[in-house]
Structures are given as C-alpha cells and as structure tokens.
Write a protein that binds this ligand. Sequence first.
Ligand SMILES: Nc1ncnc2c1ncn2[C@@H]1O[C@H](COP(=O)(O)OP(=O)(O)OP(=O)(O)O)[C@@H](O)[C@H]1O
Ligand SMILES: Cc1ncsc1CCO
Ligand SMILES: [Mg+2]
Length: 263
Amino acid sequence: MESIISAFKKVKDQTPLVQSITNYVVMNNTANALLSLGASPIMAHARSEMEDMVSIVGALVVNIGTLDEYWVESMLTAAKKAKSLQKPYVLDPVGAGATTYRNQTLTQLINCKPDIIRGNASEIMSLASVNIQTKGVDSTNTSDEALDAGKRLSNETGAVVCISGEVDYVILGEKIGKVKNGNPLMAKVTGMGCTASAIVGAFAAVEKDYFTATLAAMTVMGVAGDIAAEKAEGPGTLQLHFYDALYQLTPEKLEEKAITEIL
Ligand SMILES: Nc1ncnc2c1ncn2[C@@H]1O[C@H](COP(=O)(O)OP(=O)(O)OP(=O)(O)O)[C@@H](O)[C@H]1O
Ligand SMILES: Cc1ncsc1CCO
Ligand SMILES: [Mg+2]
C-alpha cells in the first residue's frame, strides 16, 4: 500500500505528460480523466510529429480502438521511439480477436515490446492465443477465466499484464496483484478501460517499477469508480462523478478505500 500511495503522490507532484494514440470514441473522456487525476494529456497521431512528440512526453499509450493503416504506422513509429528512449510504452489491445486486421496489428505492436499491456479478459485471452472469437470491445469473459492467459502473456512478452473487469489482476511473471475496487456501472460507460490504460501511462511515467505503477493506477481507477458509484444514478452521472472523484482523491482516501492485495 505504501508504494501505491507513493506513486499516487508522484503523479500529483509531477503532472506527467501522457501521449495517447487512441480512438475517436474516447479521446475526450481520456483527456479529461488525466486532467482530473493531475496528469497532462496530449492526443497526437500525425506521422510527421511522432518522433518529436514521443521525445517530450513521460509515457506513450497506444490504443487500437479505431485503428486504420495510417494510424498503425504512427503507432509503430511512436512505440519504437519510446523504446529507444526507454520511456514507458503501454498497449491497449481494444477488440483483440475480433478481426484478422486487429490481430495482425497487435502482433506488430507486441513485437515492439510494450512495457505494460492492459485489456479486458477476452482481449487478454485472445492475445495469449486462447482460441476465442471476441465479440467486439466488451468482454464476454471474467478476469478469473483469463488469469492463466494473462500469466502466459506476461511470460511470453516480459510485459506487465493487467486484466480488467469485476476484479483487476496485475501480473508480472510470478507476481500477481489483485484489485477488488470498482463498480459494474463502470462497464456501462464507454472507454473506462481506455481511461484505465491512460492512467496506467501516467503512473508509469513517474514510477519505474511498472508492476507497482500498474497496480497503483488500477487501484485509483477502482476507488474513484466506487466513490462515483455511490453518487451516480446511471452511466451518465457515473462518468461525471468519476472525474470529480479522481480530482478530489487524496492519499488518505485512497488508503482507506483500496481493496488491493498481492497474491
Ligand atoms: N463488474 C465490474 N465491477 C467492478 N469494476 C468493474 C467492472 N467492470 C469493469 N470494471 C472496472 O472498469 C474499468 C474498465 O474495465 P473494463 O474491463 O470494462 O475495460 P474495457 O472492456 O477495456 O473497457 P472499454 O473498452 O470500454 O474502454 C476497470 O477499472 C475495471 O476495474
Ligand atoms: C466502442 C468503441 N469502439 C471502438 S473503440 C471503442 C471505445 C471502447 O473501447
Ligand atoms: Mg477496452
């Protein structure tokens, strides 16, 4: 818990700049969530500025939600640059398993060695070559069902793997963290997972232990989701209260509400 609180304070103190190459659906949600947390967002995908942009940011988050050929080139350029500068590269494999194009693109992006991969259970199972046809961007599996796949994916790639859902798992080799915070209403707001990945990017920008950074980010997500759900009447107000909860979150409140453990 101490290291989670310490990472949270570092985000607040350092206002890390997080670059997202993300989908059209969530650009606004994601940018607002980073601002509420105390980080600074920049959405950018033009090929001509990729190398310059990655040079000035604290972390790169690549999200394939609404990918196309032009964007994929930018994603690969940015990922390679981030690795060459030893900056954290976070991958959100939105819709993995839904189409051949997504799978082929993910193979290329994984070859660039992401430091952290955060997806829902179906996406992680698909990446670990469990033979499932995913339905789209929403999970049809539980994180418990994906745990073995997550371990395999982490071993194969060397990345920290985060499986989100009713419980979130954070895996690095033999190490497994579990976050029980969060509320089912979160899955009724589009892009909460994309937001989680962006927040993981903010933590990885300030905390070089990426396992701790990811566990801290998912704890913050879950706690903010819990606080928001206490006030929300449905998905619309959940989204708004979620920003406010992130904005008002203190180290004390985080410690009081976190249900995070190392297995
Ligand atoms: N049933 C649930 N109970 C508690 N928390 C949940 C539940 N479902 C999702 N969450 C939380 O919502 C956030 C998003 O996780 P989710 O698995 O829904 O991502 P996702 O499917 O990638 O979302 P999207 O693709 O819409 O961005 C995580 O912080 C997760 O802990
Ligand atoms: C709905 C949707 N479609 C592509 S990306 C996205 C946002 C949630 O992943
Ligand atoms: Mg997702």
